[in-house]
Each structure stands twice: as structure tokens, then as C-alpha cells.
Design a protein around this ligand. Structure first.
Ligand code: SAM
Length: 292
């Protein structure tokens, strides 16, 4: 079991301004760009909490200022000392404590996991005030299938580790969602175009902001476009699911896709890793698919 069953119920939703906020830990989502996306419950909760645990007091301070909230802030991330975490948990036993990140939903590629875990283990009531999350905004904009999706977070920095991570998820029959940052973007997109030249990918950038933009198309075409026009700003990268033939465990479809840029031996290795099928059999098949 992940968490002790403490039997603690979540605090009631903070909606009645005449009553003080119940003690507990309140996970509060904040905007990912457009400050207008802060919710009424978020403002209400942040205003009435005793303290706001946040990644960067300057970033959260700007939001609080914008909303006219004067609550005290406490810098916190998952690398914070255990003593600080224990103090916040202890405080949440008797007072309402909020947790925010720099942007979006805390714990989604952001700090908070250890604090939530510690609070639950200590029997503290924990509740979540939902709001913006870049992964979901990107998914809804992308035009890619959304009945099944997998959030894969940030890809590793090193080329080989990144390629291995992409190959690990290659056979999943769902839209894959990745976060990207700075110079890593171009390399991630190129790696995706190498591995999945025929799959649709979407580049969703500057979501909820003035220059919001989302382009969807075959990975190879999009990689060419963005090589010529390097995208600026924050980005969510999405990869559409494998083609229906590949999903029906037709290894030929996966092999053909891999053979677009790999030797039969490497294509067989990639498909073997993605499907668990025998590498020698796949190699023989790849050679016959390759021969005219
Ligand atoms: N907790 C946040 C959430 O709920 O989306 C994500 C935080 S993570 C540290 C930051 C990454 O989220 C960025 O590198 C980018 O991939 C994505 N992101 C955040 N805001 C974005 C935006 N406005 N447009 C596109 N991507 C964004």
C-alpha cells in the first residue's frame, strides 16, 4: 500500500468565507501564463491559509500581489530539509497550509510529492484545488486522440538516455505527452522524428499566453519546420498513438517505420524492445521487407 489508510477525510471545500479554513494541506493550482486563469477557490484558499509553501517566493509573490493576497510565504521544494517538511506538516495539523508551484498544478513535474506523502502519513487532511496544467491544455489543443494518454514528464538530458526513454514508451497505444525546456527541445523533436517519422506529433507552445501556438503534423515534417523556425517559449510535446496496424501487433508496420532511417539490424532491435518479439525473427523479416 502506498499510503497508510489514516481514515482522515479531506477538508471541506473552501467556499464559505464566513468560516475559517479547516486545518490541512491545500494543494493549489495556479496559472501557467495567463493570470486570469486563477480560480475563485484558489484565491479564496490562498488568502485564508496561514502560510503558502512555494518554490520561489518572487514568482509566487507576483501572483499574490496581482490578486491582492498578503499571506506569508515559505520557500519549499522536494530537496528542502526534512526538518522544514516536518514543520509544515506539523503546522497543517492545526492550521491551513497551502502548497503552490511556480506555475500550474503542483506535483505535476513540480515539487510537492514528499510533502503530500508526509502529510498523509501524519494523518493530516489533504485536498487539491484544481486548475491549469500545461499537459492537459496541450492535449486538448493538439487534435491528437485523447481517449488514452500517458504523461511522460521531462525526457532525460543525455542523448542515449533520451532515446532509450522514447523507445521504452514507443509501443504504448496512447497519445504521449512530454514537457520540454530550453535547448533540449530541438534534440527531443529530432529524436522523435528519427524514431517515429510517420507518427503525428504536436508542438504546443506558450499556452494561455499572447503567442499561444499549436502545430500538429507528421514528426518528420514538423522537425523540418522547427529546424528552420526554432520555437520560442515553453513547450509541451505530444506524440500521437502508433498506427492501428502497429497496434494490432503487426510487427511489419513497426519495422517499416523503423526501416525508414535504420539498418535492418537496428530496426529489428528497436521493434524487439518495443514489442518483446524475438529479435532474430524480426531481423529476418526486416531484411525481406528491405529487399526489393
Ligand atoms: N506544474 C506545471 C503544470 O501543471 O503544467 C508544469 C511545471 S514544469 C516544471 C514546466 C514545464 O511545463 C515547461 O518546461 C513546459 O514543458 C510546460 N509548460 C508550463 N507552462 C507552459 C505553457 N504556458 N505553455 C507550454 N508549456 C508549458
Amino acid at each position: 500500500m502506498w499510503f497508510k489508510d489514516t481514515g482522515v477525510s479531506t477538508p471541506p471545500p473552501p467556499s464559505d468565507l464566513s468560516k475559517p479554513l479547516e486545518p490541512g494541506l491545500y494543494i493549489v493550482a495556479t496559472p501557467i501564463g495567463n493570470l486570469g486563469d486563477i480560480t475563485l477557490r484558489a484565491i479564496d484558499t490562498l488568502r485564508r491559509c496561514a502560510v503558502i509553501a512555494c518554490e520561489d517566493t518572487r514568482v509566487t509573490g507576483r501572483l499574490l500581489n496581482h490578486c491582492g493576497i498578503g499571506t506569508r510565504m515559505q520557500r519549499y521544494d522536494d530537496h528542502a530539509s526534512e526538518a522544514l517538511r516536518d514543520r509544515l506538516v506539523e503546522q497543517a495539523v492545526s492550521e491551513p497550509v497551502a502548497l503552490v508551484s511556480d506555475a500550474g498544478t503542483p506535483l505535476v513535474s513540480d515539487p510537492g510529492y514528499r510533502l503530500v506523502r508526509a502529510a498523509r502519513e501524519a494523518g493530516v487532511a489533504v485536498t487539491s484545488i484544481p486548475g491549469a496544467c500545461a499537459a492537459i491544455v496541450g492535449l486538448t489543443l493538439s487534435g491528437l486522440p485523447n481517449d488514452r494518454f500517458v504523461f511522460a514528464g521531462f525526457l532525460p538530458v543525455k542523448d542515449k538516455a533520451r532515446r532509450d526513454a522514447l523507445e521504452d514508451v514507443a509501443a504504448i497505444n496512447a497519445t504521449l505527452i512530454f514537457y520540454e525546456t530550453g535547448p533540449r527541445r530541438v534534440r527531443s523533436r529530432d529524436a522523435m522524428a528519427d524514431i517515429w517519422p510517420a507518427r503525428d506529433i504536436a508542438v504546443a507552445r506558450e499556452l494561455t499566453k499572447l503567442h499561444e501556438d499549436c502545430r500538429t503534423g507528421p514528426a518528420s515534417a514538423l522537425a523540418d519546420h522547427y529546424r528552420a523556425h526554432p520555437p520560442k517559449g515553453e513547450i509541451v510535446l505530444l506524440v500521437g498513438p502508433p498506427s492501428p496496424q502497429a497496434v494490432a501487433a503487426d510487427p511489419d508496420a513497426l519495422l517499416r517505420e523503423a526501416l525508414a532511417d535504420l539498418t535492418p539490424s537496428k530496426a529489428a532491435a528497436r521493434v524487439a524492445k518495443a514489442t518483446g518479439l524475438d529479435r532474430q525473427d524480426l531481423y529476418a523479416r526486416a531484411v525481406s521487407l528491405k529487399s526489393p
